[in-house]
Design a protein around this ligand. Structure first.
Ligand SMILES: [Zn+2]
Length: 162
């Protein structure tokens, strides 16, 4: 079940974002996610992804975590989980406000059960922050956007500088 169409995709090198001016799809490499990037076609600035990105493979997850120049916020969720549905709109707000400062992704633990097992996710929703290729913080349970952002800020403060 897809709740909404996403305008953002991943490939093996980066995040594909459609230019707001001309519609051309541009790849922003994982290593340059925090940089100012211009559209290859019309040279207008490419806006950083401002919505949660639904991941569909653990390979995408691994590449993003290993290479991202920005902290990655992971929402472990599943479609049958009521509290997860409460978190979803809060995470939308967080992703919009953190655009260019953090990447927000969603991991459906039914679809990507190997990730849930690898990271020992015992309950959902669980939020985790990865920086420099490592998990630096984790919290379980639903919470409003402001608390999620405070959690991210604490994780960033604790993360080693890159
Ligand atoms: Zn363009």
């Amino acid at each position: 079940m897809r709740l909404m169409a996403t305008t953002v995709e991943l490939d093996d090198r980066g995040i594909i974002v459609a230019c707001e001016s001309c519609g051309k799809k541009n790849r922003v490499s994982y290593e340059r996610l925090g940089d100012a990037v211009k559209c290859g076609e019309c040279k207008q600035p490419i806006k950083a992804p401002g919505e949660p990105i639904e991941l569909h493979s653990s390979a995408d997850f691994d590449r993003l975590i290993a290479r991202s120049s920005l902290p990655v916020v992971v929402d472990y969720w599943a479609p049958w989980c009521g509290p997860c549905r409460m978190v979803a709109p809060e995470l939308q707000k967080v992703a919009a406000r953190q655009a260019g400062q953090a990447v927000v992704v969603k991991v459906n633990t039914d679809e990507l059960s190997d990730l849930g097992e690898r990271f020992g996710i015992r309950s959902i929703p669980t939020l985790a922050v990865f920086a420099g290729g490592k998990e630096v913080a984790r919290e379980s349970g639903a919470r409003p956007a402001a608390e999620i952002e405070a959690f991210i800020a604490r994780a960033r403060a604790a993360a080693p500088a890159r």
